[in-house]
Design a binder for this molecule. Structure first.
Ligand code: F58
Length: 848
C-alpha cells in the first residue's frame, strides 16, 4: 500500500548490512560470547548459569527478532484479514526451550554452550516462568498463540504486562498456604521488546455529555488519563518463519509527577497520580472463578484493568486498520477480535463509542460493524463466575460506556427486537436484559458479550450444550442456534510432548520412522503407534521411559523438598487450581479411606495391595477459605500417612507447593493415572486431561468437560469413569436442600472418613469442621453422592495396574488412538480461523 515507509537509501545497502542467520555452532558461539561481553557487560571466563541463560536468550532473541520483523512487514504488505486474541491472561511458562525447538536450533545451542563449559539443561533451568495467568484459561491462550504461529495464521495476542504474576505459593509448617509476590521481572526479561513509542492515552472517570443534535453522540471529558505503553513478545511458530506478536500493555502516568506539589515539598502528593496510574498493571488478580471476595477498591481496580487493556488494544487495532486506507465499514472484513471470556467485553461499548463519538457513524452502522467484528468464548457456566459489574461503579469509572450499554438495551434490543419476537413476555425481557435488577443494579457481561458478538462458543461439546441450554438459552431462542457453536479446547504438542517428554518424542519418531517435524504438526499421525501395542520391545521401551520420567519427578521432589518418593509405586496425580467444584477434597478423602482400609489389614493382606503415590499441586485463591483448608488437610494427612511404618510402602502422598507450568512439565510425563473429578457439568473442558493422555497417562474422571470427548477417542475401556451424570446433578442438589438424608445413611463410608478427621486423626479436627460441613450440609458438589463409585473406580484402576503389560498397552493406546490429533491446539485454532474468524494462513516468504 502507498502508506508504507521505505527505508531511506538503497535497499541493496541495507540488505548487505543485515544480520545473517547461518546459525551454525560457530556463529552461535560468537553471538553468545558477544552478548556476554556487550549486552551483559560480563567477563567471559567468569560467568554463572544465570548469565549463560541470559546470553543464550539474547542470542536466540536475535533470531526471533529477524523473523518477527519480516513477519510484520509481510503482514503489512499482504494485508490479510487478521485475528486478535484479547486475553487478560497468558500463562506462557518458560520461553527459551520453546524458542529453540520452534527455531530448530536446540542441538546447535547445546553443542555451543557445552563447548563454553555449560550444560543446556542447567541453563534452561535458570529461566523464571512468565506466570501471567491463573490456570486453564490463561494457558489455553498461550497454546493458541503457539498454534497460530505454527499454522502461519496472522493472529496477535493482546494482554497486560503485570509487574507481578500469579503469587508464589508457600506452605507453612501448619500446612497453610501463604502467598508471596512473584517479581518475575526482577532480572531483565529478554523476551520482551519495550515499544516506548507505541502509546495510547486511556481515560477514566470524568463526565459524558450527550449532544442534543439528534446524532446520539456524546463528549466524554475530564477525569484521569493514563498512558498505555506497548511491550511486544515474539511468538515463533514451529518450523516456520512466522513469528507473531503478543502485545502487552503497561500503565503509567501521563504527566509523570506533579511538579507543583514536588516543589512545595509534598512528595507523596507529587507521585500520587503516577502511583495510581501504574497500579493498573501492577498485579494479576489471583481470583479463580469469582470476584465477590474483592472489596470496593479491588473491584474498581479490576474494572480499570479491563478497560485500560481493551481501550489500548482497540486503539492500536484501529490505527493499524486505518493505515490500510479502508473505510471503517470494512473493519469486519479485515479484523476479527476474539474475546477470551467476558473480561474484554468492554471492547464492545468502547468500539461503539469510538465509531459514534469520534468517527461520526450512526448507531446502526456502528452496531453492524461491532457485531460482525467480535467473537466470544465462554469458559464457565458456574453462576458465581459470571461477571457482573455494579451499575454505579461503571457509571463512575466509565460514564460514557454506561450510557452506551443502556442504549443497547433500549435502542436495539429489549424494547424493539425481543418485544417484537416475543410480544408481552415480560419475564423474558427481564431475564435477557443487560442489567440485572437489585441493590445495586448490575451489568451482566456475558449477555453483553453475547449480543455484541458475531458468534459465541463453549470449549467442549458438553459445555457448549450447557451454554446453549442454560445461561444463554433465551439468546439461542432469540438469535438462532447457528450463532452458538463449540470449539473443543486443545493443547500444543510442542510443549506438552516434545519439550516435556523428549525421550517419548524420540521413541515416537523412531517408531513411526518420521521426523518429529512431521508428526508434531500433524498429530493424527500418532495413530501409527497403535500397531506397536503388540510389539514387546516397543512396550518395554515405552514403560522404561515412563519409569525414567517418574524418577525425574522423584529427583525433583528430593532436591526441592528433601523427600524420598517410592518410584516403584503407581503415580497418581491431581494438579489444578484448588476449587470445590474440582473436588480435590474428594481425592483426599479417598486417600484417607484407603489409609483406614490399609490399617485394618494384616501385613499379608497389605502385601497384595497396589502401591500408590498420590501427588497434589495447585494454588487456592488467597481469600478462598475452604480451598485453603483443603490444602491444609492434604498436607497434614501426608504428614501422618507418609510416616506410618505399617502403610507407607503402600500409600504416600505429596503436596508439591507453587504449582506452575514448569512443574506441570515434570509431573505430567511421570503420571500413570491422573484425576479429573469435577462434579458433572461444572468443568467446562479441562486441558491438563489432554496433556496427561498425550504422555501416556490414563484418566480417572467424571463424565464432564473434555473427558467425554477424550473417552470417545481413546475408547471407554482406556478411561476410568465414575459418578453421576450432568442431568442428575440438579435433582440431587434439590434433594440435599429440601429432603436431606444424613450422610451416615447416604454414604456410610464417607461419613466414617469425615468422623475420623473430626476426631483428630490428622491433628486438631476442629480446624477442618468448616470444610467437612460443606459436605455434611448441602453438599453442593455432591461428594456424598459420588464417593462410593469413586472408591470403586479407584479399585478398578488398581486391578488394571496389576496387569502391567495390559496397562502399558492402554497407555500406548491413550497416546496413539486418542487420535490425539483432535486435542492438538492446531486443530482448535484452525477451527477458529475457518469457522469463526474467516482468516487464512499467510506464509512468510523465505520460510525454512
Ligand atoms: C477454565 N477457566 C475452565 N478461568 O475452568 C476449564 O474447564 C477450561 O478448560 C479452561 O478455562 C480453558 O477453556 C479458567 O481457567 C479462569 O482462570 C478465570 C480467570 C479470571 C477470573 C475468573 C476465572
Amino acid at each position: 500500500s502507498g502508506k508504507e515507509k521505505w527505508p531511506k537509501g538503497e535497499e541493496k545497502v541495507w540488505k548487505s548490512g543485515m544480520r545473517s542467520l547461518d546459525n551454525n555452532v560457530n556463529s552461535i558461539t560468537k553471538s553468545f560470547v558477544n552478548h556476554v561481553q556487550t549486552s551483559l557487560a560480563r567477563q567471559p571466563y567468569n560467568l554463572d548459569d544465570l548469565g549463560a541463560y541470559q546470553a543464550a536468550a539474547l542470542s536466540v532473541r536475535d533470531n526471533l527478532l529477524v523473523n518477527w520483523n519480516e513477519t510484520q512487514l509481510q503482514y503489512t504488505r499482504k494485508a490479510p484479514k487478521r485475528a486478535y486474541y484479547l486475553s487478560l491472561e497468558f500463562l506462557m511458562g518458560r520461553t527459551l526451550d520453546n524458542a529453540l525447538l520452534n527455531l530448530g536450533l536446540k542441538d546447535e545451542y547445546k553443542t555451543s554452550v557445552k563447548s563454553l563449559g555449560f550444560s543446556i539443561e542447567d541453563i534452561l533451568d535458570k529461566e523464571r516462568d512468565a506466570a501471567l495467568g491463573n490456570g486453564g484459561l490463561g494457558r489455553l491462550a498461550a497454546c493458541y498463540l503457539d498454534s497460530s504461529a505454527s499454522q502461519e495464521l496472522p493472529v496477535w495476542g493482546y494482554g497486560l504486562r503485570y509487574k507481578y504474576g500469579i503469587f508464589q505459593q508457600l506452605i507453612s509448617p501448619e500446612g497453610n498456604q501463604l502467598e508471596a509476590p512473584d517479581p518475575w521481572l526482577e532480572h531483565q526479561n529478554p523476551w520482551e521488546l519495550p515499544r516506548l513509542d507505541v502509546t495510547y492515552g486511556v481515560r477514566f472517570y470524568g463526565h459524558a455529555d450527550r449532544l442534543d443534535d439528534g446524532s446520539g453522540r456524546a463528549i466524554w471529558a475530564g477525569g484521569q488519563e493514563v498512558l498505555a505503553v506497548a511491550y511486544d513478545v515474539m511468538i515463533p511458530g514451529y518450523g516456520t518463519k512466522t513469528t507473531n506478536n503478543l502485545r502487552l500493555w503497561e500503565s503509567k502516568s501521563k504527566r509523570g509527577f506533579d511538579l507543583n506539589s514536588f516543589n512545595a515539598g509534598n512528595y507523596e502528593k507529587a507521585v500520587e497520580s503516577s502511583n495510581s496510574a501504574s497500579a493498573i498493571t501492577s498485579v494479576l488478580y489471583p481470583n479463580d472463578h469469582t470476584l465477590v471476595t474483592l472489596n470496593m477498591f479491588g473491584k474498581e481496580l479490576r474494572l480499570k484493568q479491563q478497560y485500560f487493556w481493551t481501550a489500548a488494544s482497540l486503539a492500536d487495532i484501529l490505527r493499524r486498520f486505518k493505515n490500510m486506507g479502508k473505510p471503517l465499514t470494512e473493519l469486519p472484513d479485515f479484523v476479527a477480535i476474539q474475546l477470551n471470556d467476558t473480561h474484554p467485553t468492554l471492547a464492545i461499548p468502547e468500539l461503539m463509542r469510538i465509531l459514534i463519538d469520534e468517527e461520526d457513524l450512526t448507531w446502526n452502522a456502528a452496531w453492524k460493524i461491532v457485531t460482525n467484528t467480535f467473537f466470544y468464548t465462554n469458559h464457565t457456566v458456574l453462576p458465581e463466575a459470571l461477571e457482573k459489574w455494579a451499575v454505579p461503579l461503571v457509571e463512575h469509572v466509565l460514564p460514557r460506556h454506561m450510557q452506551i450499554i443502556y442504549d443497547i438495551v433500549i435502542l436495539i434490543y429489549l424494547f424493539l427486537a425481543v418485544e417484537k419476537k416475543f410480544p408481552g413476555d415480560r419475564d423474558r425481557l427481564a431475564r435477557m436484559s443487560l442489567i440485572e435488577e437489585g441493590q445495586p443494579k448490575q451489568v451482566r457481561m456475558a449477555h453483553l458479550a453475547c449480543i455484541g458478538s458475531r458468534k459465541v462458543n463453549g470449549v467442549a461439546e458438553l459445555h457448549s450444550d450447557l451454554v446453549r441450554t442454560t445461561i444463554l438459552k433465551d439468546f439461542v431462542e432469540f438469535e438462532g442456534f447457528s450463532k452458538f457453536g463449540n470449539v473443543t479446547n486443545g493443547i500444543t504438542p510442542r510443549r506438552w510432548l516434545d519439550q516435556c517428554n523428549p525421550e517419548l518424542s524420540a521413541l515416537i519418531s523412531k517408531t513411526l520412522k518420521l521426523q518429529k517435524g512431521i508428526w508434531l504438526k500433524d498429530l493424527y499421525k500418532l495413530e501409527g503407534l497403535l500397531k506397536f501395542t503388540e510389539n514387546k520391545t516397543f512396550r518395554r521401551e515405552w514403560a522404561a521411559i515412563k519409569q525414567r520420567n517418574k524418577e525425574r519427578l522423584a529427583h525433583h521432589v528430593l532436591t526441592t523438598l528433601g523427600l524420598t518418593v517410592n518410584t516403584n509405586a503407581m503415580f497418581d496425580v491431581q494438579i489444578k487450581r484448588l476449587h470445590e467444584y474440582k473436588r480435590q477434597t474428594l481425592n483426599i478423602l479417598g486417600v484417607i479411606h484407603r489409609y483406614l482400609t490399609l490399617k485394618k489389614m494384616t501385613p499379608a493382606e497389605r502385601k497384595k495391595v497396589n502401591s500408590r503415590v498420590v501427588f497434589f499441586a495447585g494454588k487456592a485463591a488467597p481469600a478462598y477459605y475452604i480451598a485453603k483448608l483443603t490444602i491444609r488437610l492434604i498436607v497434614n494427612v501426608a504428614r501422618i500417612i507418609n510416616d506410618d511404618p505399617e502403610t507407607k510402602d503402600y500409600l504416600t502422598l505429596y503436596f508439591l507447593p507453587d504449582y506452575s507450568v514448569s512443574l506441570a512439565e515434570i509431573l505430567i510425563p511421570a503420571s500413570d493415572i491422573s484425576q479429573h473429578i469435577s462434579t458433572a457439568g461444572t468443568e467446562a473442558s479441562g486441558t491438563s486431561n489432554m496433556k496427561f493422555c498425550l504422555n501416556g497417562g490414563l484418566l480417572l474422571g467424571t463424565v464432564d468437560g473434555a473427558n467425554i470427548e477424550i473417552a470417545e477417542e481413546v475408547g471407554e475401556s482406556n478411561v476410568f469413569f465414575f459418578g453421576h451424570l450432568t442431568p442428575a446433578v440438579e435433582d440431587l442438589r434439590y434433594q440435599h436442600l429440601y429432603h436431606p438424608i444424613p450422610i451416615e445413611e447416604n454414604c456410610p463410608a464417607l461419613a466414617h472418613v469425615l468422623n475420623q478427621v473430626s476426631a483428630g486423626l490428622f491433628g486438631d479436627g476442629g480446624v477442618y469442621e468448616p470444610l467437612l460441613n460443606t459436605i455434611r450440609q448441602g453438599d453442593y458438589y455432591l461428594l456424598s453422592d459420588d464417593f462410593d463409585s469413586y472408591i470403586e473406580a479407584l479399585a478398578m484402576v488398581d486391578d488394571a495396574y496389576r496387569d502391567r503389560d495390559e496397562w502399558i498397552k492402554k497407555s500406548i493406546r491413550t497416546t496413539a488412538k486418542a487420535c490425539m490429533g483432535k486435542f492438538s491446539s492446531d486443530r482448535a485454532i484452525n477451527e477458529y480461523a475457518e469457522s469463526y474468524w474467516n482468516i487464512e494462513a499467510t506464509p512468510i516468504n523465505g520460510n525454512k
